[in-house]
Design a protein around this ligand. Structure first.
Ligand code: SF4
Ligand code: SF4
Length: 439
């Protein structure tokens, strides 16, 4: 067992209000520079929606992450070792600016210089990159108005399709509409495919805390990392010609401060902490045959810092005692491993991502009831899971490689916890059967 320490984050999605404070403060700290106008190390995307860059989850197109080759071994989805060498000559598969969005500002001068008249002057949008007038046709969160009702999934922005539907159908569609926000940063993966894709060896995973960084001196701008990262969380700076990515705010973390996104998060939904994991087993864990086993194999890598054998192995590996202690008190370890209510995003990419999500329970609305009543009290708790506003299948696609049983189990725990705490808050007798029934 080779014990290593890993910084991790858990985000509780029920608490995200989509205010973008995290994105803006991150941008001010890290990407407020020429060449990174379009870059959001932290972005908050609308779900259902195309994400940022759009459709980044389509790995057939972008060829990110890992897959199993014919021998059942891990291979880069972009083509493996030979392609990595050929990568020196081959073009990377990467999103274009139109897929990220063209960053813009407004020509505010017209507001000041316009002559007096009957009409209010308009500040036209102007590209931040070319400085010329532009038409805004896409940006992150463009999908906010569309949401995910089955009849509305392809609704165009001006609502033509809905206007063509019958009134009953529209009512049904709106009742089933759902949306939530998904904040994303680099996953600081245990098995980073960006690092494996780099022909220059410029990307490294810090031994002390697992933060993945790009050595700016070594980067030669091949951009194979952009292809390799299935989350598209590594970006090309078109001024410097180098790759850049989220640094997990390591200069802050090193002096005991939280990341900027965590510190400024309005919803207080980001938890930071340390994991201890077995570095010897990462490759095997990422190579299990069945995608739905990846969550469990990732969980099995996380070691119990209270286990004396793990603590001794960590010490032998040079991990300081106060870090081992921090791992014992770590909220991310508690949420991911002890309570098992946090899940990795797209475990099927096989990179072993270290940003975990408490999935959104959202208001539980009983769709069968005329009243659409809140079905969160403990009496209807288990029935209520069937009446979730966000379809379990949709969440399973994001967090459990399609395993609906697993996501249901997590939602059940969250619903139980909510009912239990609500009882206590309302001064009622707490239902002792709830914690026992969900483990
Ligand atoms: Fe690399 Fe981050 Fe992408 Fe993982 S999420 S592959 S660490 S850039
Ligand atoms: Fe969500 Fe927090 Fe970011 Fe606001 S600051 S969008 S609540 S993650």
């Amino acid at each position: 067992m080779r014990v290593m320490a890993q910084m991790g984050m858990v985000m509780n999605l029920d608490k995200c209000i989509g205010c973008h404070t995290c994105s803006v403060t991150c941008k001010q700290a890290w990407t407020n520079r020429a060449g990174t106008e379009y870059v959001w190390f932290n972005n908050v995307e609308t779900r259902p929606g195309q994400g940022y860059p759009r459709r980044y989850e389509d790995q057939e197109k972008w060829r990110g992450g890992w897959k199993l080759n014919k021998k059942g071994r891990l291979a880069l989805n972009s083509g493996g070792r030979v392609a990595k060498l050929l990568g020196l000559f081959a073009s990377p598969v990467q999103p274009e600016l139109k897929d990220y969005y063209e960053p813009w500002t407004y020509d505010y001068k017209t507001l000041i210089d316009a002559p007096l008249g009957d009409d209010f002057p308009v500040a036209r949008p102007k590209s931040l990159i070319t400085g010329k007038d532009t038409q805004i046709t896409w940006s992150a969160n463009w999908d906010d108005d569309l949401a995910g009702a089955p009849e509305m999934g392809h609704l165009d922005p001006i609502g033509e399709k809905v206007r063509r539907e019958s009134e009953d159908k529209i009512k049904f569609a709106f009742e089933q509409t759902f949306m939530f926000y998904l904040p994303r940063i680099c996953e600081h993966c245990l098995n980073p495919s960006c690092m494996a894709s780099c022909p220059s060896g410029a990307i490294y995973k810090r031994v002390e805390d697992g933060i993945v960084l790009v050595d700016q001196d070594k980067c030669r701008g091949w951009r194979q990392c952009i292809t390799g990262c299935p989350y598209k969380k590594i970006y090309f700076n078109h001024k410097t010609g180098k790759a850049e990515k989220c640094t997990f705010c390591y200069p802050r973390v090193e002096i005991g401060l939280p990341t900027v996104c965590s510190e400024t998060c309005v919803g207080r939904l980001r938890y930071l902490g340390l994991f201890l994991y077995d570095a010897d087993r990462v490759t095997d864990a990422a190579a299990v045959t069945d995608e739905t086993d990846l969550y469990q194999s990732q969980m099995d890598l996380l070691l119990d810092p209270n286990d004396p054998a793990v603590a001794a192995a960590a010490s032998a590996q040079g991990i300081p005692d106060d870090w081992i202690d921090a791992a014992r008190r770590s909220p991310v370890y508690a949420l991911a491993k002890v309570y098992q209510v946090a899940l990795p995003l797209h475990p099927e990419y096989r990179t072993m991502p270290m940003v975990w999500y408490v999935p959104p329970l959202s208001p539980i609305v009983d769709l069968l009831s005329d009243q659409g009543h809140d079905a969160e009290d403990s009496g209807t708790l288990f029935g209520a899971i069937d009446a979730l506003r966000i379809p379990v299948e949709y969440l399973a696609e994001l967090f459990t490689a399609g395993d609906t049983d697993l996501i249901t189990e997590v939602l059940r725990k969250l619903a139980a916890m909510r009912a239990y705490m609500r009882g206590i808050t309302l001064g009622q007798q707490a239902d002792a059967a709830i914690p026992a029934s969900v483990g």
